[in-house]
Design a protein around this ligand. Structure first.
Ligand SMILES: Cc1ncc(COP(=O)(O)O)c(C=O)c1O
Length: 479
């Protein structure tokens, strides 16, 4: 097993040379308050430069990434990030620009942000935008805070509830709760869509809004979206769209046209900015006319070909991020969108839908398919058949690692028993999809013939199966 860097340490080895100290050590000690001075030397690894380079080089190879193979993590849209994104984002005019630079000195950066905002408005069919939120979940919070500000501004203080389908991502109820609302769960029907009768029974003048993911978390387009919008509008509520699945809709359908008042767009999913391992993300929100007054400040405005940061919004919910958001992600997303152009953006979604449905067709004989409705860019299967043989969705996910694939999302959404949510994305070739399908089918066969092989997986990874419940409950990250 790979040793950690402290274990590789040998006394006296060095990976650096520093210039000779030209001040006395006592001068330094005198200028630092006693309480900050360390009494004993820090236990840092002593290691040569090449060893450091090799150590981190080797670790990076242990880390699975999209350039290694298919990454079918449902709801995460792990698509390829074109290299040109990185080239443009690292141009010194962007990368070295200080966030405190004046508007005059930042015209290029402001222009990119302005133009990205305009194009996101067009894609979403909305009238206003803020690029600030640093993730989809922060976009949700920003949107729901705007809902709150909207109702408050109208002195409509009885609206205390946000309705959310039981298939939603956990961040939806979390965001609404942080914004101060009570969460009311809406059932899903047998087809995996919003149960309209349940929704109808929970409508009232205490509803502030409804949060919906479309296509939803089982990868199906909500066919009753017009009825849903009518019901919510009819009771004075607002419509929030979780845009995590926008990769299925580019150039095909727009949240604004479906009656939503706010949508967050995960730039790191739909528009290919790199993600995984926790960031960096970017979750701009686009809003309908009625929410424009409440957008975060600063807004970016354009006047006679000059761009500026506009702080003068009386009803704004304020800032949700320091400075302007994750600027590097804006550059990458804008590069990706401009490189594709209108026609090819639509093809992205069409190909994502084709790839997903093709993959489902290739494995449907071996796995339970809970919803047979035509799927969008991702689909769920259930490991219920395998469970009867003692093999769970988690076991199948672990076995996939042995075959060199990243596992799909498992046990989400919660409404599907032994759920696996699979999203191949448009950037995979037909051959890659077929190879992944072959492995999924092979694992189903193993579950039938040698279940212990699957339940003891992974067998080929540097670390075998860990006790994840123990790790979560008694986390110990110290060496
Ligand atoms: C359906 C859905 N909604 C919201 C989110 C939250 O997005 P983020 O991870 O950018 O905060 C996710 C994230 O995976 C998601 O899958």
């Amino acid at each position: 097993m790979e040793k950690i860097i402290i274990e590789k340490s040998r006394p006296g080895r060095r990976g650096y040379t520093l210039p000779k100290l030209d001040v006395g050590i006592s001068d330094i000690q005198n200028s630092i308050p006693e309480s900050y001075l360390r009494k004993e030397a820090a236990n840092l690894p002593e290691i040569a430069e090449l060893e450091v380079a090799r150590h981190f080089g080797r670790l990076s190879h242990l880390n699975y990434n999209i350039e290694q193979g298919l990454y079918p993590l449902g709801s995460c849209t792990m698509k390829y990030n074109p290299k040109i994104n990185e080239t443009v984002a690292s141009m010194s005019g962007f990368a070295d620009l200080h966030p405190n630079s004046t508007d005059e000195m930042s015209q290029g950066a402001l222009e990119v942000m302005y133009k990205l905002g305009e194009v996101l408005k067009e894609i979403s069919g909305m009238q206003g935008v803020s690029l600030q939120p640093a993730a989809g979940s922060q976009g949700e919070l920003t949107g729901i805070l705007m809902f709150r500000a909207y109702h408050k501004h109208r002195n409509d203080t009885k609206r205390t509830k946000i309705l959310i389908p039981n298939a939603a991502h956990g961040t939806n109820p979390a965001s609404a709760a942080i914004a101060g609302f009570e969460i009311v769960e809406i059932d899903s029907n047998a087809e995996g869509m919003v149960d309209i009768e349940d929704l109808r029974s929970k409508i009232g003048d205490d509803v502030a809004g409804f949060m919906l993911t479309n296509p939803n978390t089982v990868g199906i387009f909500e066919k009753e979206i017009e009825t849903i919008a009518e019901l919510i509008r009819g009771c004075g509520g607002l419509m929030y769209m979780d845009g995590a699945n926008l990769n299925a809709l580019l150039g095909i359908a727009r949240p604004g046209d479906m009656g939503f008042d706010c949508v967050h767009i995960n730039l790191h999913k739909t528009f290919s900015t790199p993600h995984g391992g926790g960031g960096p993300g970017s979750g701009p929100v686009c809003v309908s006319e009625r929410l424009i007054p409440y957008l975060p400040i600063p807004q970016i405005s354009k006047d006679n070909d000059k761009y500026k940061l506009d702080f003068g919004k009386e009803h704004s919910i304020g800032r949700v991020h320091t400075f302007f958001g994750n600027f590097g992600m804006f550059i990458r997303a804008y590069t990706y969108i401009s490189m594709h152009g209108n026609e090819a953006l639509r093809q992205i979604s069409e190909n994502a839908i084709i790839n997903s449905n093709y993959l489902r067709a290739l494995i449907k004989h071996n796995y339970k398919i809970p919803y047979t409705e035509f799927g969008m860019h991702e689909f769920v299967i259930s490991a219920d058949y395998q469970k009867e043989l003692g093999v769970s969705a988690k076991d199948i996910a672990k076995r996939l690692l042995d075959y060199g694939f990243h596992a799909p999302t498992i046990y989400f959404p919660l409404i599907v028993h032994e759920c696996m949510l699979i999203e191949p994305t448009e950037t995979e070739t037909k051959e890659n999809i077929e190879q992944f399908a072959d492995v999924m089918n092979k694992i189903a066969q193993e579950a039938r013939e040698k279940p212990e092989l699957v339940t003891s997986a992974p067998l080929n990874t540097p670390i075998r199966r860990v006790d994840d419940a123990l790790a979560a409950r008694k986390l110990n990250v110290r060496w």
